[in-house]
Write a protein that binds this ligand. Structure first.
Ligand code: GDP
Length: 314
């Protein structure tokens, strides 16, 4: 058991979707949260990361920083996805070791799972086959981080562990129409369609792929549980174990935003993998369950979108 109280915890990527949820969760814990804005610390710069770790020497590092984006962003910038994520994983994990930091939690992603492995995805299937083509560069870089955690734990006796979250959404998401993930992109598109009086909402792909969604604050609780008490060396899936088709997700988003028009499926955009629902028995066995339903989470995310739109307009 690693007691977080009184500890100094570095949340790398504190302003992002998961990082901001981690900061909210850690505000209830008697610990000091260390953060470093990108303007101060570029995680792609090896020398800066090493110097920062040695100067601040946190008790634990949570690596929630990543270059992320939806299927469109992954296809548009594969080099950036593989380079930035691989270099950040290398720098943060190796520098934590050099600074003699014993506890680290790395965030992988369910897109690391190979295609053609049994569903629901079990942790044992990681690195057992080829990656899905639309996000292979990102999956490769994330897999590097996961394997580094195992390697540094094995060779140096560190407690470096990794989590494998499903598709996450929540406050601080990127509501970018082209580059965002499906939830923030469709929330924004449905809202704009409602405001402009449009009759149709274009949805990328066939609408048949299924995805598992988890609200970021639920994810943060699971991550802190793992950091405190996970003893194994294998990565741990973090999700609901339940999936929904993109068509049904889009219908729910129409209800939440109040868009009354029709969905139109734009098959010129790729579907990506048909399903990546995960087996979440390991994290369930540790006593964690998702608490925020998809419907509630979408309502909250829409409120976040509206408040950011209002702040932007002011
Ligand atoms: P993925 O889980 O890595 O495929 O990430 P995404 O969140 O980008 O996409 C999930 C699914 O939603 C894919 O099948 C997309 O084709 C579909 N989708 C439908 N409309 C949109 C949209 O407006 N943006 C994105 N990113 N995906 C969409």
């Amino acid at each position: 058991m690693f007691d977080l109280s009184g500890k100094r915890i570095f949340v790398a990527g504190h302003s992002g979707l998961v990082g901001s949820a981690l900061c909210r969760a850690l505000s209830d814990v008697d610990c000091t949260v260390l953060t470093a804005p990108r303007s101060v610390l570029d995680l792609r710069d090896q020398a800066s990361v090493q110097a920062w770790m040695i100067a601040h020497k946190p008790d634990a590092v949570i690596m929630a920083a990543a270059h992320v984006g939806g299927i469109g962003a992954n296809i548009a910038a594969p080099a950036t996805f593989v380079h930035d994520n691989a270099v950040m994983a290398l720098n943060v994990i190796h520098s934590a070791h050099l600074a003699n930091i014993n506890h680290l939690l790395f965030l992988g992603s369910s897109c690391m799972y190979p295609v053609d492995v049994p569903l629901p995805l079990r942790e044992e299937s990681l690195l057992s086959g080829r990656f899905e083509v639309t996000n292979a560069p990102y999956a490769l870089a994330k897999s590097l981080g996961v394997e580094m955690c195992r390697a540094y734990s094995a060779q140096y006796g560190r407690r470096y562990i990794s989590a494998v979250p499903c598709n996450l959404y929540g406050p601080q998401d990127r509501y970018d129409l082209e580059r965002g993930h499906v939830v923030p992109a469709l929330l924004a598109k449905a809202h704009l369609a409602k405001m402009s009086g449009a009759r149709e909402l274009p949805v990328w792909g066939s609408g048949t792929p299924r995805r598992e969604f988890l609200y970021s604050d639920d994810c943060a609780r699971a991550l802190l549980l793992l950091l405190r008490s996970y003893e194994g060396d294998a990565p741990v899936n973090v999700g609901t174990g339940e999936e929904i088709s993109i068509a049904n997700l889009a219908r729910m988003i129409c209800e939440v935003t109040g868009f009354k028009g029709d969905l139109v499926f734009d098959r010129s955009h790729p579907d990506g993998v048909s399903s990546k629902v995960m087996d979440v028995s390991r994290i369930h066995a540790m006593g964690w369950r998702a608490e925020i339903s998809l419907r509630d989470g979408l309502e909250r995310a829409y409120q976040d979108y509206l408040s950011r739109e209002a702040a932007h307009a002011a």
